[in-house]
Design a protein around this ligand. Structure first.
Ligand code: ATP
Ligand code: CA
Ligand code: CA
Length: 405
């Protein structure tokens, strides 16, 4: 299977950046590998940042390397060490995935923001370059973020594992975050949607033949409603409520619910390639009755609970000709029912999480709102104040998920 993205090998314009990032992470994780002391309020201090110089010839604390002379900055490293622990990321796995011999892969810039995305070879982690303002937002929200993810083990907000900065001698600073890849799984993701609950511009501008499994579709492309078992539905809605409250309190907007769909019918086809013996003995990871995904036990529909929210969840996707967002008026809330169900229902495994949570309603977003308001219905614009944003987001989610009674 060909992996998406371009390998960053020698000669790639970001090759040095990748080497620096790998050296830096190895240093940081190594340094904070030992005993976890209790977190102190001081560990959250925005001034808790440390510069380390990496001269090519090496230094007392850094190894010699083949790259340019650079400096490396860690933001609140002790807090992130605790977060990795909380999210059950083993330090050795983490280091190996990012700093092992395999190169990272650069995803062709998926967002509009100009951020770069790098994926580890094992697909587990995503590294995203971010703006200075986004680092500021993250460091500012860190105490509440920490508290939130401790309190709600099933929170859907992005799992952050580290924030760093690289500054090559004489070059520009590059700031980045390391986070979990929501779609890390042994299942193939057949479709992905990035949903905000707004409609203006929320469609994929691409010729049909260029759209494939790796294309991130948007609100106006959505042609499914998702039917979930009652208890999961309720838990999901409840958790999204808590997560939105948190984001709203932090003044965040412009986030998305990222949904990945694995169609289980396709999976059934794959399965015919296995001998019945394999299926019964459970030797393969494709065993039908139960399997482990991300270390969690998963039991298919009808066999009772089991899955941690935020990871994956069985459900049914009902195909509708178009979801109830009206592109012309952008009225997400008035036109609430999905149009014309085709009656087709597919068994799916859903993956989801809330991503891109580092944008506050700053002057640029306020201007964007004011400017676009002259052209279209203000409620259809992505840029609205955090309170409105959260309400519209939740309303939308309540319409695309339905309870299976
Ligand atoms: P913009 O601000 O223009 O929306 P951005 O550059 O801030 O874009 P994001 O919204 O963070 O980028 O992400 C863009 C796309 O990258 C998402 O739609 C999704 O397809 C993918 N992506 C981002 N974060 C993750 C993640 N944690 N797991 C899997 N995919 C992700
Ligand atoms: Ca986004
Ligand atoms: Ca963004």
């Amino acid at each position: 299977v060909k992996k998406p993205g371009q390998a960053i090998s020698k000669g790639h314009k970001n090759y040095d950046l990748m080497l620096n990032l790998q050296l830096g992470i190895r240093y940081t994780v190594g340094k904070h590998a030992s005993i976890l002391c209790e977190l102190k309020p001081g560990d959250f201090d925005p001034k808790e940042k440390f510069w380390t110089r990496f001269p090519p010839e090496g230094s007392k604390s850094t190894p010699p390397h083949q790259s340019v002379d650079f400096r490396w900055k860690d933001y609140c490293p002790v807090v992130f060490r605790h977060l990795r622990e909380l999210f059950a990321i083993d330090p050795a796995d983490y280091m190996l995935a990012i700093c092992g011999n395999d190169t990272l892969r650069e995803m062709s810039s998926p967002g509009k923001s100009g951020s770069f995305f790098y994926l580890t070879q094992d697909d587990r982690f995503i590294i995203k370059t971010v703006k200075k303002s986004e680092v500021k937002v993250l460091i500012k929200m860190l105490p509440c973020y920490y508290q939130h993810v401790c309190q709600y083990k099933n929170s859907l907000v992005t799992k952050f594992f580290g924030v760093h900065c690289v500054k090559p001698a004489g070059g520009q600073k590059t700031r980045f975050i390391v986070m979990g890849n929501l779609f890390y799984s042994e299942y193939r993701i057949h479709k992905r949607f990035d949903l905000k609950g707004s409609s203006h511009g929320r469609i994929t501008y691409k010729p049909e033949k260029e759209i494939d499994e790796t294309t991130t579709l948007k609100d106006l492309d959505l042609n499914f409603v998702f039917r979930l078992e009652q208890s999961w539905f309720q838990e999901l809605m409840w958790q999204i409520g808590r997560d939105c409250e948190f984001l709203e309190a932090e003044g965040i907007m412009d986030y998305s619910l990222l949904i990945g769909l694995h169609f289980r019918d396709d999976y059934a086809i794959d399965e015919t390639k296995m001998s019945p013996l394999d299926l019964r003995s459970g030797k393969t990871s494709m065993h039908h009755d139960e399997m482990f995904i991300q270390g969690m036990k998963w039991i298919p529909i009808g066999r009772g609970p089991l899955i941690r929210l935020g990871a994956n969840m069985p459900g049914r996707a009902e195909r509708v000709s178009k979801f109830g967002l009206d592109q012309q008026t952008g009225s997400a809330s008035s036109n609430s029912t999905p149009s014309k169900s085709s009656g087709e229902t597919l068994d799916v495994i859903l993956y989801f999480g809330i991503i891109d949570i580092l944008q506050d309603y700053d002057i640029s977003k306020k201007l964007e709102h004011a400017y676009k308001s002259f052209q279209v219905d203000p409620s259809s614009i992505s840029a609205v104040d955090p309170k409105l944003y959260s309400k519209r987001f939740r309303d939308f989610i309540h319409r695309i998920f339905v309870e299976d009674k």
